[in-house]
Design a protein around this ligand. Structure first.
Ligand code: DON
Length: 305
């Protein structure tokens, strides 16, 4: 398996030259655009990796899957879906447009920024610190990694430059989709995006969703089966932003990307996958990561359709 992964990394490395690292958050510019790494964990708990598999990067939008699961665990589902929709937007991840043009002004889904800011607002806690502690603890539990930390300089950079998200937060509050304090919600959102991971952490979290919420090592339930199903459904319909349809057709695996260059993928009852390649395409997805997943899907016959 490791040999196959190494071959896949080698044959797709050249595509990283066609992309660019995210620059709209100044701290993300520091990544090495030619990095490419993968980790796969299967149902026997065997881990295989190749390429830049120990490089740390910020989880960014991949956090949206985890916070969605948390929002659904913290609240009645009907309440959650009264605040955020279930449909792909077909727009870029940071688009504000449909918050004004949709009849209801409700954010389309929890995988775009507007919807994710809503799910973040639904995290329970008496104080902002308590919410942050609960969130980080949940990420650590899913990744089975107690060392996960918030990258403070990325967080500060996001907070300093996140005016578009700020604008969405206030619109959402105005229209009744956020009830919590907007600044606190945004602070938490910037922090969740700034949690540092490696592809091994992503593969571990992906595997938990693949296994419908049961920890493969202990047999303990961490997340309900229904919530895992919902998260993976959102991954397939909205996880790669306005490239989700093409990705579903060409790769056919539930996946979620982030502008840090990570992609987390979950093949139901088979494997969890983490990929890293910070050079992005125009839609904000890892250009090398997409190629790696396409080749892997073909080679191991992973397309769920
Ligand atoms: O909201 C933002 O701008 C980022 N912190 C997260 C965006 C992200 O990862 C979108 N991904 N492709």
């Amino acid at each position: 398996m490791e040999k196959i992964l190494q071959q896949i990394i080698n044959s797709n490395k050249k595509y990283t030259l066609d992309g660019q690292v995210a620059s709209y958050i100044p701290e993300l510019r520091n990544a090495n655009s030619e990095d490419l790494g993968i980790c796969v964990i299967d149902m026997n708990n065997s881990m295989y990796s190749a390429g830049d598999c120990d490089k740390k990067f910020t989880i960014q939008s991949i956090s949206k899957t985890i916070v969605l699961a948390m929002a659904l665990m913290d609240n009645e589902w009907d309440y959650v879906f009264s605040k955020v929709g279930m449909e792909p937007s077909g727009d870029p991840f940071n688009s504000i447009m449909k918050l004004e043009t949709n009849d209801t002004k409700k954010p389309c889904n929890p995988m775009i920024n507007a919807g994710a800011i809503v799910t973040t607002s639904l995290i329970k806690g008496n104080t902002l610190q308590e919410k942050e502690d609960r969130m980080l603890a949940f990420f650590r539990k899913l990744a089975k990694n107690d060392t996960l930390q918030i990258n403070e300089s990325v967080y500060k950079s996001e907070k300093l430059t996140g005016d578009r998200n700020r604008a969405m937060g206030y619109l959402l509050k105005n229209d009744g989709y956020i009830e919590a304090n907007v600044e606190e919600t945004l602070d938490l959102y910037f922090k969740q995006c700034s949690i540092e991971v490696t592809v091994k952490d992503l593969a571990r979290i992906g595997l938990l969703f693949s296994n419908y919420g049961i920890d493969i090592e202990t047999g303990k339930r961490i997340i309900s089966e229904e919530i895992c199903r919902m998260v993976k459904t959102f991954m397939i319909t909205c996880g790669m932003y306005d490239a989700s349809g093409e990705f579903a057709l060409k790769v056919g695996i539930p996946a979620k990307s982030g502008v840090g260059g990570g992609i987390m993928a979950s093949v139901p009852r088979k494997i969890g996958i983490g990929v890293y390649g910070p050079a992005l395409d125009k839609k904000g997805n890892s250009i090398g990561g997409l190629r790696v997943l396409k080749t892997l899907s073909k080679k191991l016959n992973l397309n769920i359709f």
